[in-house]
Design a binder for this molecule. Structure first.
Ligand code: CA
Length: 336
């Protein structure tokens, strides 16, 4: 495979704070020699770890983007010991359009890793992150949320590592982040095609989030994101002094261990949820009804939970189609 075709205006080896663009070649009718300007910031000050912060991997997940834009403006070289790289609009065309996927090539960045330098814009971005940015990093944090169609209890998430030592590392990161819920996931959506998959291939410590969603930003979710991200930077040893001194609250550690944790729409129609985020539910319990506006005299189809758990994620739009995720659960988890 060839090298990246994305040119960085930022010199990642240089000390100081640089904010500029990654130039993604994009030759189109209105601009023969044009490029897409992907904003990136590199703040480097001497020796220390490299932390890669990412948001806008899905363009309609805004809490992380706001958090990293504010951090981009706040952090100066004097604050840093090592290097912080901030990519706040990772799938730039999707972020500009406020969409999960790119309007240029319909690419879902978090289903495109390890990417391809000879592919469309989304594949080129994935390849740049996995072949250029991740190899520079000791740790990466990818700030997601539920996007347009889902809403989460503000959460941290990480894969449930096989070894106890690796699990302890990721649980520690989630405890430092301090979201109300922390999810260990066995079979992640997107499998190894995600930035997490890339981080595992490159051998970079990784944590993600699901901060909220429904295409909104709330003060509550933003506070979780901003305070948690600042605590993580301090924990990684990349700050000269903490950005704040607020300790993390207690997080509810849960596991999401496969398909039985997800409830899907059994039919096409209008979704009536029976439960809310944070509710504890039982296997077999009715989760919601799908009504049929075209035949209102027809009895609705009822969706059921397959297992016990706490509702950590729910569908937002009222209209639904068979196969849409309506809810997903977590179940309380302890290493002991
Ligand atoms: Ca996402």
């Amino acid at each position: 495979m060839s090298r990246t075709r994305i040119y960085s205006e930022v010199d990642f080896t240089k000390d100081g704070k640089q904010s500029a663009f990654l130039r993604l070649p994009h030759s189109v009718h209105r601009s023969a020699y044009g490029w897409l300007p992907m904003p990136i910031t590199c703040i480097k000050n001497g020796k220390g770890p490299t932390v890669l912060l990412v948001s806008g991997n899905h363009g309609d997940e805004y809490e992380g983007q706001v958090t990293l834009m504010k951090l981009t403006r706040r952090l100066q070289a004097d604050d840093v010991k090592g290097r912080i790289i901030i990519l706040s609009a990772a799938n730039y065309p999707a972020a500009m359009a406020g969409m999960r996927t790119s309007p240029i090539d319909q690419g879902n960045l978090n289903r495109t890793f390890p990417g391809n330098p000879d592919g469309g814009p989304t594949a080129m971005i994935a390849h740049f992150i996995e072949s250029v940015l991740l190899p520079m990093a000791d740790v990466t944090v990818d700030l997601h949320s539920g996007g347009s169609s889902l809403m989460y209890i503000p959460s941290a998430l990480a894969r449930r590592a096989k070894s106890k030592a690796d699990r302890a590392n990721t649980i520690k990161l989630m405890e430092v982040f301090g979201a109300p819920v922390s999810m260990l996931i066995d079979a992640p959506q997107g499998e190894d095609r995600t930035l997490t998959g890339g981080a595992e291939r490159v051998g970079v410590l990784h944590m993600g989030t699901e901060l909220g969603g429904s295409g909104t930003v709330t003060p509550g979710a933003l506070a979780v994101a901003e305070k948690g991200t600042a605590r993580l930077l301090d924990h990684f040893g990349v700050l000269r002094k903490p950005l704040h001194n607020e300790k993390s609250g207690k997080t509810r550690l849960v596991v999401v261990a496969g398909p039985s944790y997800y409830t899907y729409a059994p039919d096409n129609g209008l979704f009536e949820p029976y439960v809310e985020l944070g509710d504890d539910v039982r296997a077999g319990q009715a989760a919601g009804a799908v009504h049929f506006p075209d035949t209102p005299w027809r009895e609705p189809t009822i969706a059921h939970f397959e297992r016990d758990g706490v509702v950590v994620c729910k569908r937002i739009p009222g209209r639904t189609e068979r196969g849409d995720c309506l809810f997903h659960l977590g179940s309380d988890y302890s290493e002991k």
